[in-house]
Every structure is written in structure tokens, then in C-alpha cells.
Design a protein around this ligand. Structure first.
Ligand SMILES: Cc1ncc(COP(=O)(O)O)c(C=O)c1O
Length: 362
């Protein structure tokens, strides 16, 4: 299950910082949340088991559920997070539900309190397991931290998944699952069959790092840095592409997604920007079915603020070239002229002239 001192340190941290209700015995240390999601898929789903997944979703969750041959039920996400009523309408009795309630990946919204209660109520009534992937919740900038869904769960239906990838660094490959009592034994068996445990040396260093208070200080310091980076990115996007791109989601995390004007293809734009050294993942890849939105996922956690301004200027040039080259029918021509008129202007100018995004809401 992992090194005892680390399990104790993680339990203490989750109780105080995330409102998770847990004891060290419920903590399983894993190799990053990817292994946590993989174990959840293997233990909770049989081939053909219906599993709700957010649409759009984190590719890491989708991949492990496909590997487990689960039957994926895409459930749309709106401004309040997972649309529980839509999930019930398409599949009332899922075996499990995979969600990112604190900061939906990739749309960035926070699940509302009423949706959280509706989700837990449905899980209680149907016996579904809820897998809460709480991958970057330490980083919230606008308002107070949102407590974990797990802390609201009175019926032991939620498996809480966390990771040190965002708070420390991805190569550390350490994460954890907080398991309901009934699932400790099957997860222990599955874990032992998979790879025994992550290196004890790393676990021991991390336990001391947390116990000695460095971890809490590190979070406080990096939260300030990440907020500065996010502010720099949002300001640069407003300045350079104010009328063209729409920033989605809440002020949180280490990435943000932007919506492109209607008809613009994110895969091609992503490809073009990669050729200029700017990594902007296509939003449409995260949809299970047809993409309802084309957009870009922009990571800022690992990039100094000055470089983000340079990157946005490159992205602006890429979008200008794309708007010029892209094939378009007569109805698209006028919209594109309006939307690229915004690129490079102040937000006010772009707003005055109007934009294709506003003319053709996504
Ligand atoms: C939604 C989501 N979950 C989890 C993770 C972290 O994965 P891991 O802990 O395996 O590095 C990420 C990282 O990008 C993510 O976006």
C-alpha cells in the first residue's frame, strides 16, 4: 500500500488542505494518478461495464477505460460541470463515474454544489463508484479552495485520486488513491499484481519533505508563481488575440483552454504552432464523439511569464496565417475577415469592431 510515513503524511495533508475524510490505512501510494486511474478501471469495471466519462475528458482516463474494455458513456459538461441529468438519461445505472470536479479537464469549470450533491445522491441510489481525479486543485487563484467531493460523501462511494505531478514535478511519478474501506483489499491485490510499489527511497524523501513543512511552503510559493504566469498569459491573449479567442473556465490550475472561432480547425492550428515551438494541444481531441468545440489547451505552469508573451505573439502570427490560408466557403469569408481584424489590436478595438466569435457563438 506504500510507505507508512508517506501514507500518514498524505492523509494528514488531505484532511487539513482538501477536506478529505480519511485515515492512513485507506491511502494507496501509486506511480502517479495515471496508475491510480488504471487500477480504478481494472478493479471497478468488467468488459462491457457502463462507465460515465466527462465529454470532453482527460485522455488518460479514457485510455485506461478503453484498455479495460469498459463501455464508455460520454456525459456532456456545461458551466456547472458534469451534467448529471444527461448522464442519467443516457445510462441510469453506471458501474462507475469518472470526474474532475475541482477543475474539469479540459474545459476548466468547477462542478457546482448542487451538481455535486446530485452526483453523490445518484451514486448512493445506484451503487455506482465515483472516481474523483483531483489533479491540480492546490492551484486556485480567484476564490477560496473548493473542498473535495469525497468530503461530502456520506456513503463511501468516492475514490479520491491525487498526484504530486502538478505540485512537485511530473517525473516524480508519485500519487495516491483514498479508498473506501470495502475497496482496500481488492485494490491491494490489484496493486501487488501490477508492480508492487513505487521506489521506497522516493517515498521516504517525500514523506520527510512533507513532515518538515517544505511541502506546504512550496505550495504557497508556487501558487504565487503560477498565478503570475496565468495572469501574464491571459493579458497577452487579451492584448494580441482579444477578439479572436475566448478564455474558458475558472482561474485555476496550470493550463487554460481557449475556444477558436467557429469553423477553425484546432488540429491544424496545433500542428502549425508546434512548428513555431508553441505547444497548443487541440481541444477537439478530448471529445469522445463529434467535437462540440474547437480550441486550444495552453499550459503555463512550466513557462516563465516573459516567455508566455513571446509564445502568444507567435500564436497570433500562426492564427493570422491560418485565417489567410484556410479553405472557406462564401459564408465563412466575411466572418474570418471580422475575426482576424481583432488579432493584434487592443481588446477595446477588437470589441468595437466585433468578432467572428461573437457573430458565430460556439
Ligand atoms: C486530468 C489529469 N489528471 C491527472 C494528471 C496527472 O497525471 P500523473 O499523475 O499520472 O502525472 C493530469 C496531468 O496532466 C491531468 O491533466
Amino acid at each position: 500500500m506504500g510507505l507508512e510515513s508517506l501514507r500518514e503524511a498524505v492523509a494528514e495533508y488531505l484532511r487539513t488542505a482538501r477536506g478529505v475524510s480519511c485515515e492512513a490505512e485507506q491511502i494507496l501510494i501509486v506511480s502517479g494518478s495515471q496508475q491510480a486511474l488504471d487500477l480504478c478501471a481494472r478493479v471497478l469495471a468488467d468488459p462491457g461495464s457502463p462507465v460515465w466519462i466527462e465529454d470532453p475528458a482527460y485522455f488518460g482516463a479514457r485510455n485506461v477505460l478503453n484498455m479495460a474494455e469498459a463501455r464508455l458513456i460520454p456525459v456532456p459538461v456545461d458551466a456547472e460541470g458534469l451534467n448529471v441529468s444527461a448522464g442519467i438519461a443516457s445510462c441510469p445505472r453506471p458501474r462507475a463515474i469518472f470526474v474532475t470536479p475541482s477543475h474539469q479537464f479540459p474545459l476548466g469549470v468547477t462542478m457546482s454544489a448542487s451538481r455535486r450533491l446530485q452526483l453523490l445522491d445518484h451514486a448512493r441510489r445506484t451503487g455506482a463508484w465515483v472516481v474523483e481525479d483531483d489533479y491540480d486543485s492546490e492551484y486556485r487563484y480567484g476564490n477560496m479552495p473548493i473542498a473535495a467531493l469525497q468530503g461530502l460523501d456520506r456513503d463511501s462511494r468516492v475514490l479520491y485520486v491525487g498526484t504530486f505531478t502538478k505540485i512537485l514535478f511530473p517525473a516524480i511519478r508519485l500519487g495516491y488513491i483514498v479508498l473506501p474501506e470495502d475497496l482496500i483489499s481488492p485494490f491491494f491485490e490489484a496493486r501487488r499484481a501490477a508492480d508492487t510499489c513505487p521506489p521506497l527511497f522516493l517515498q521516504s524523501v517525500l514523506a520527510e519533505f512533507i513532515r518538515e513543512g517544505h511541502f506546504a511552503r512550496h505550495i504557497r510559493r508556487t501558487r504565487v508563481i503560477c498565478r503570475e504566469r496565468r495572469t501574464a498569459l491571459v493579458e497577452a491573449l487579451e492584448r494580441e488575440l482579444g477578439g479572436v479567442l475566448e478564455v474558458l473556465g475558472d482561474s485555476a490550475g496550470m493550463y487554460l483552454s481557449v475556444a477558436l472561432p467557429a469553423g477553425w480547425r484546432d488540429r491544424e492550428i496545433s500542428h502549425r504552432s508546434a512548428a513555431h515551438g508553441v505547444w497548443a494541444a487541440p481541444l477537439s481531441d478530448s471529445y469522445l464523439g463529434p467535437a462540440r468545440r474547437n480550441g486550444l489547451i495552453l499550459g503555463y505552469g512550466g513557462t516563465p511569464a516573459e516567455q508566455l508573451g513571446v509564445a502568444v505573439s507567435k500564436l497570433r502570427d500562426v492564427l493570422r496565417d491560418y485565417a489567410r490560408d484556410r479553405p472557406r466557403g462564401p459564408s465563412h469569408a466575411a466572418a474570418t475577415r471580422r475575426s482576424t481584424a481583432g488579432a493584434g489590436q487592443s481588446p477595446t478595438t477588437a470589441r468595437r469592431r466585433g468578432s467572428a466569435r461573437r457573430a458565430e457563438p460556439l
